[in-house]
Design a protein around this ligand. Sequence first.
Ligand code: PNS
Length: 173
Amino acid sequence: MATQNLLFMKTGDNLKIAIYPGSFDPCTNGHLDVITRSAKIFDKLIVAVLTNVNKQPAFTAEERIDLLTRTAKKLKNVEIKNFSGLLADFARENNAEVIIKGLRAVSDFEYEFQMALTNNKLNPEVETLFMTTSTDNMYLSSSIVKEIAMYGGSLDGMVPKEIQADIYDKLRR
Ligand code: PNS
């Protein structure tokens, strides 16, 4: 390899690492859109799947990680990990400088703003960046996907085809 190329190679120490946290119960096209766009900006993107949610998730942590792994498999700089506890600590442990949050509507903002300030207070090394969702996915949420699947409605355009059967199997009454 030419010397000038070696000079520009990034080492583990100066990789720009971002975290995209969430419950992903289950992941939707909206999540996948944010993952794909963030992976283009950062050297490494860690999708952090929360395991200790207060409300009972429909999918276990292992299932949510499996669905994400299958949908994001083409993105080589994306790693799916589970986490519990504080996101600010998880960011520190993973040398992440950025937390990515997707914003669908102004109504998302107030709570997200509070979380961003809290995370920065707990870990001043971490910044939160907000990414607007694409217009196609503005209405989408995991809750809406679960409700549609429960009644056997079409999930086309809402979740990737390769995981639709898993969602119906879990939720259809
Ligand atoms: O997909 P969700 O459920 O909206 O994701 C929420 C999540 C996981 C980002 C949030 O609940 C979180 O960061 N939980 C970790 C606990 C934490 O760090 N709380 C303090 C920050 S306010």
